[in-house]
Design a binder for this molecule. Structure first.
Ligand code: NG6
Ligand code: CA
Length: 493
């Protein structure tokens, strides 16, 4: 650490420089596609609040999640470790144990060493407890054991039980006389499911999602009890927004880190009545409009508290888009000309680019110059980059320090990146992408998304072929060999 002399006392330099301890907010959307936002060219679906921030910030055209599904992406983001290295980093049921180890580095843990207060609001989906979870007593470990001073979360996803909020390890609003039980294997006798009580449904399931019914919505997994604690789906956006606002207001003297993990546009899409019908694209469009409004409101509170000059905002999404993800909510029928995947191929679950190539921008009023960066960056890089920002020496193996890139002071991003989709991996280097042969169907028919599987090697040049339509694996043999060698070096043979 650099030491400078002040009077007769020596003070570390970072105490002098307010820029080295800004507040940090990660706004993380769930299944928002590259093409779902105005700032990436969407004309059909409008996102004015996100656009305002993105256009006043630094927009990344090559920003990636580590994975094409939620749990691994969130794992990569928070730990700075590629999720394909961790066998449990797969889409988790609501009863799964916490997959981040007690001794593992995380962004909030790193920031706490520099005096930050840390909070998470929204979707967790990294597991809870140690395998013997009792929802009716204190849930340990929870986010609070892996770096967060404050947590207000849903355990897994909006379509998975338990459908309750958990605050600092306690189910919110739970009546001890009506305990909660959760099981992913078998139903509780007498509890209605979507299969035997279809008349109770106000949202129909398409595939999966036919277990317990909560608020007329069929879910994944079985649940009983906890009536007073059940969330109201249409209030979820407002609930998380208020929690996020209250958090930054309480912590306004800073420095704080907030991981604001919004639930939209993941299924079930349940826009607040204020947003129903607003986009003409059905529930999926309407919840994106709702999320856009939340972003606007949240930033308004930061501004009102005088925090914008001193807060770095990072906006991105955990994976690419999907229209039909298991409910008949007219996302397909009403999509019209909208292209949630942008110019890319595939979507959620896919090794093709749209699975992981997501909206991504940084915003810091007065510090980051508005602009566009084509540098290759990934969410896994945030740990080491933020460590650099706060003058911490902590780095993790897979996380590159790209702070100058995130601040717009350099265009030199990563040289290469391993991408993951449901435990399969691919490799990007420069403008090139190599997808090794993978077994499995070419298309997931339920969601109607091409997965990227092929018995042959695939090689694409994204510079001239953003849609990955022209496989150059046989015509560019040398390039293919170079890509395989780079991939093997990281992933191992
Ligand atoms: C899938 C679900 C899907 C969604 C996904 C997780 C079925 C048929 N599909 O298994 O609806 O919940 O898991 O999404 O159950 S993620 O964004 O959290 O990774
Ligand atoms: Ca997701």
């Amino acid at each position: 650490m650099l030491i400078i002399a002040v009077g007769c006392k020596e003070l570390p330099k970072d105490q002098d420089n307010p820029d080295s301890k800004p507040n940090i907010v990660v706004i993380y959307l769930d299944d928002l596609g590259y093409g779902d936002v105005g700032f990436n060219g969407s004309k059909v679906l409008k996102t004015p609040n996100m656009d305002r921030l993105a256009n006043a910030g630094l927009r990344f055209t090559n920003g990636y999640a580590t994975s094409a599904t939620c749990t691994p992406s969130r794992y990569g983001l928070l730990t700075g470790k590629y999720p394909w290295r961790e066998k449990d980093a797969k889409i988790l049921p609501g009863t799964a144990p916490l997959i981040i180890g007690a001794d593992q580095m995380t962004i909030p843990k790193m920031l706490k060493t520099k005096g930050y207060h840390t909070g998470v609001v929204g979707k967790w989906h990294l597991g809870l407890g140690d395998g013997k979870l009792d929802w009716n007593s204190k849930i340990v470990p929870s986010p609070n054991e892996v770096g967060f001073d404050y947590s207000f979360i849903m355990a897994a996803t909006q379509d998975r039980v338990p459908t309750v909020y958990i605050k600092n390890g306690h189910v919110v609003g739970l009546d001890p006389k009506d305990p909660i039980y959760v099981d992913y294997d078998k139903n509780f006798p007498g509890e209605p499911t979507a299969l035997d009580h279809p008349e109770m449904l106000r949202l129909k399931w398409d595939h999966g999602h036919n277990n317990s019914i909560v608020n007329g919505i069929p879910r994944i997994g079985f649940m009983k009890g906890g009536k007073s604690a059940l969330w109201k789906d249409e209030q979820m956006a407002d609930t998380f927004l208020k929690e996020a606002e209250d958090y930054v207001t309480a912590q306004k003297d800073g420095p704080f880190f907030l991981y604001y993990a919004m639930q939209q546009p993941h299924v079930p899409r349940t826009p607040n009545p204020r947003f129903v019908g607003k986009t003409g694209l059905g529930a999926r469009g309407d919840v994106i409009a709702e999320a856009d409004w939340c972003v606007g409101e949240f930033v308004r509170i930061l501004d009102k508290q005088g925090l914008l000059d001193n807060t770095l905002i990072i906006f991105t999404s955990d994976n690419g888009p999907v229209l039909n993800d298991g409910y008949r909510d007219e996302a397909v029928e009403k999509n019209g000309d909208h292209t949630p995947w942008g110019p890319f191929r595939g979507g959620k679950y896919s090794l093709f680019d749209a699975g992981t190539h997501v909206p991504f921008f940084t915003y810091w009023k007065g510090k980051i110059q508005p602009g566009i960066s084509d540098a290759l960056v990934c969410q896994v890089d945030l740990l080491s980059s933020l460590a650099d920002l706060v003058q911490s020496d902590i780095r993790t193996q897979d996380s590159e320090d790209l702070m100058d890139v995130f601040l717009g002071e350099s265009q030199q991003g990563r040289s290469d990146l391993v991408l993951e989709a449901t435990s399969r991996t691919a490799y990007r280097k420069g403008d090139w992408v190599m997808i090794p042969p993978h077994k499995g169907p070419a298309v997931n028919k339920s969601v109607n998304i091409e997965l990227g599987n092929s018995e042959e090697y695939q090689l694409y040049n994204l510079k001239v072929d953003q849609g990955e339509l022209n496989n150059l694996a046989t015509s560019q043999k040398e390039k293919l060999q170079e890509m395989i060698a780079g991939y093997d070096q990281i992933v191992g043979k």
